[in-house]
Design a protein around this ligand. Structure first.
Ligand code: FES
Length: 145
């Protein structure tokens, strides 16, 4: 069976999850099976080999981002052509963040938020920033540094 292409704002429950304006409540429901269940199973940080392909630039929406659930990395594009990457592990209780929209990385598990450009915590209960993850580029490809 062929899977239809995702529509704008639709969550792809695949290895990569794209967010571009989906409400936090819907995202939380969609991620119930992959972002942990509150038992802290998302507390290990990113573990990828240098040079591993993470995504293509075209997959990362401007003003939004993608969350790589297996790699536990969130890649954002706060402004066109500016790509940033951070651990997707929330600094509150170690669960995975759940969405990226309008320049904000959100963790709907308990309501924390982070600046998509810097990773700084902008709303509690998390008080610490998301750690940056090094990335490099090869054409349209985004690679782990
Ligand atoms: S684990 Fe993210 S807000 Fe609690």
């Amino acid at each position: 069976m062929t899977r239809p292409a995702p529509r704008l704002g639709e969550v792809r429950t695949h290895r990569r999850i794209v967010f571009s304006g989906l409400g936090a409540l819907g995202v939380a429901a969609a991620l119930a099976g992959c972002a942990g269940s509150g038992d802290g199973d998302g507390d290990a940080g990113p573990a990828v080999d240098s040079g591993a392909e993470l995504a293509s630039k075209s997959e990362v929406p401007v003003g939004g981002g993608i969350i790589l659930t297996e790699e536990k990395i969130v890649i954002t594009q706060p402004t066109e052509g500016d790509f940033q990457a951070f651990t997707a592990v929330c600094t509150h209780q170690g669960l995975l963040v759940t969405s990226v929209e309008e320049g904000t990385i959100r963790c709907a598990n308990h309501g924390s938020s982070y600046d998509a450009a810097s990773g700084d915590a902008t709303g509690g209960p998390a008080s610490g920033p998301l750690a940056p993850v090094g990335i490099t580029f090869d054409g349209d490809r985004i690679l782990a540094a």
